[in-house]
Design a protein around this ligand. Structure first.
Ligand SMILES: [Cu+2]
Length: 250
């Protein structure tokens, strides 16, 4: 008799344990998909989630881009450690469109991951895990969208060896340019005030570290030869809120 009771108790405990285990599993499966509200209209994004010590990211949360970003970069105010990781997944292509491994920059304050340049149009969710030297990790999330139809907003300057962008009246003119791979883009300050050319984000300036000028006085020039396809958002540091531009390289 006691044997039967013992078996019954063991079965009950096993059943309860399995129930709790399955519940936990299903919760973990549904927790990250908080963007149901965004699935109706293509341009709406779920809320971003910022990990501890988060500073900024490029592309920005909610950015709608006419081309594929060369990489995703996330900045922190604390030294990153292993196993920090970035995953980039699309709604149309469920697999990770990140290319290669997540790289922690030499200064340990940023991590980045390249993106396959054949990533299709659509909304992308970036999930990242930021880890610190004490072994603790925090998760974060943001989204951006690739919409190649926006290329119509870009001045088509493809097929040229050199292209000039004027910094005039507190604006980059033309603001959005499309150029061919290998084109040298030359910025010329025409204003009587100091401007700069700095890759996003602000003030991280590390999406494409090769695109950061010194202070440009009137008449000064700065140039970058773009050897890799993709979209390059940039800004002027003294006028970061309003003076912005984009180079699309194809
Ligand atoms: Cu400026």
């Amino acid at each position: 008799m006691t044997k039967i009771i013992l078996v019954a108790v063991v079965l009950l405990l096993l059943g309860g344990g399995a129930y709790l285990f399955l519940r936990k599993g299903s919760n973990q499966g549904t927790a990250p998909t908080t963007n149901q509200e965004g699935s109706g209209t293509s341009a709406s994004f779920s809320n971003s989630k910022k990990a501890a010590h988060y500073e900024s990211n490029t592309p920005e949360h909610g950015a709608i881009l006419a081309g594929v970003p060369i990489n995703v970069v996330i900045n922190f105010n604390f030294d990153l450690a292993n196993p920090s990781e970035i995953r980039i997944s699309g709604t149309t292509s469920p697999s990770d469109v990140g290319s290669g491994d997540t790289v922690v920059d030499a200064n340990k304050l940023s991590m980045r991951r390249a993106i396959r340049n054949d990533a299709p149009d659509g909304i992308y969710t970036v999930n990242y895990t930021a880890c610190w030297a004490d072994g603790s990790c925090h998760d974060g999330q943001f989204q951006f969208k690739i919409d190649r139809s926006l290329v119509t907003e870009f001045e088509d300057l493809t097929g040229k060896d050199e292209v000039t962008i004027n910094l005039k009246n507190f604006a980059f003119n033309p603001t959005k340019v499309k150029v061919s791979k290998g084109t040298k883009v030359i910025w010329v300050n025409q204003d009587n005030i100091i401007h700069t050319v700095n890759t996003d984000s602000h003030p991280g300036h590390n999406y494409f570290p090769g695109q950061n000028s010194r202070d440009l006085s009137k008449g000064d020039t700065y140039s970058v030869t773009f050897d890799k396809e993709g979209i390059y958002p940039y800004h002027c540091t003294p006028h970061a809120d309003t003076m912005k531009g984009q180079v699309l390289v194809e």
